[in-house]
Design a protein around this ligand. Structure first.
Ligand code: KIV
Length: 273
């Protein structure tokens, strides 16, 4: 890169921005792990950047996200925040960095000090107390439900969640508990499209989906998936936006953001029934 990028051209996205979009306009989210990716993603108008523990797989080459540490995520947030042009920056709390309330506060504070503006934790209603503690101390929370990759061993693999009616209802009930505890966002991974729509309807806070159908308030994808950079067969909810794109990576990211906004992504072929 030859020159320093210009100052942010758009109004920074905040949680209030996303809250105001609920029910009116869909928003897009992408992962990023480094300066140049963050610049490209935010410059394309993507509302939220997640420094996710998926970095354990796409950056570090592990089979799952369990080996990722808080120092790893903090390092990548530091890189990303230098390139970010106004997207809301979300930091992921990795495996075993929120097992007690004290540890949760310390882990979340470490990411906020590096530039995160909201933290994401995987779990259900049991996260209510931590969510309350964090939000009371000025740290916004996104609760990640449905398929929780940090629980891959407990779940017996990366499987669709909430297929039976009782489990679907408990996801809705637990999401409501977390909203009441102060969660600003709920992220739903790998659930039937109908359940994605029901959770979105039930909650007042924005719901971000990945493999959760077309009716969530926002959509998220791992940047490497969007660019076709995955070994083996992609998950059903993945679309390679770089294939056939003439404007390269920037064009692919813009095409994704536009498709989410227009409601054309995800299509039926990317959804679980
Ligand atoms: O770590 C991550 O990238 C994530 C997304 C898949 C939602 O949690």
């Amino acid at each position: 890169m030859s020159s320093q990028p210009a100052a942010p051209a758009r109004k920074p996205v905040t949680i209030t921005t996303l809250q105001n979009m609920k029910g009116k306009e869909r928003f897009s989210c992408l992962t990023a792990y480094g300066y140049s990716e963050a610049y490209a993603v935010s410059d394309a108008g993507v509302e939220v950047i997640l420094v996710g523990d998926s970095l354990g797989m796409v950056i570090q080459g592990h089979d799952n996200s369990l080996p990722v540490t808080i120092e790893d995520v903090a390092y990548h947030i530091r890189c990303v925040q230098r390139g970010n042009q106004g997207s809301l920056l979300m930091g992921d709390l990795p495996f075993m960095t929120f097992y007690s309330e004290e540890v949760t506060l310390e882990s979340a504070a470490a990411l906020m000090r590096e530039g995160a503006q909201i933290v994401k934790l995987e779990g259900g209603a049991w996260l209510a107390e931590s969510t309350r503690l964090l939000t009371q101390r000025g740290i916004p929370v996104c609760c990640h439900m449905g398929l929780m990759p940090q629980s891959v061993n407990h779940l017996g693999g990366f499987r669709v969640q909430g297929r039976d009616p009782a489990k679907a209802q408990s996801i809705i009930d637990e999401a409501l508990v977390l909203q009441d505890a102060g969660a600003s966002i709920v992220l739903l991974e790998c659930v039937p499209a109908e359940l994605g729509a029901r959770v979105t309807e039930a909650l007042d806070v924005p719901v971000i989906g990945i493999g959760a159908g077309p009716e969530t308030d926002g959509q998220i994808m791992v940047l490497h998936d969007l660019l076709g950079l995955y070994p083996g067969r992609p998950a059903k909810f993945v679309k390679n936006f770089l294939a056939g794109e003439t404007d390269g990576v920037q064009g692919a990211v813009k095409a994704y953001a536009e498709a989410v906004r227009a409601g054309t992504f995800p299509g039926p072929e990317h959804c679980y029934q």
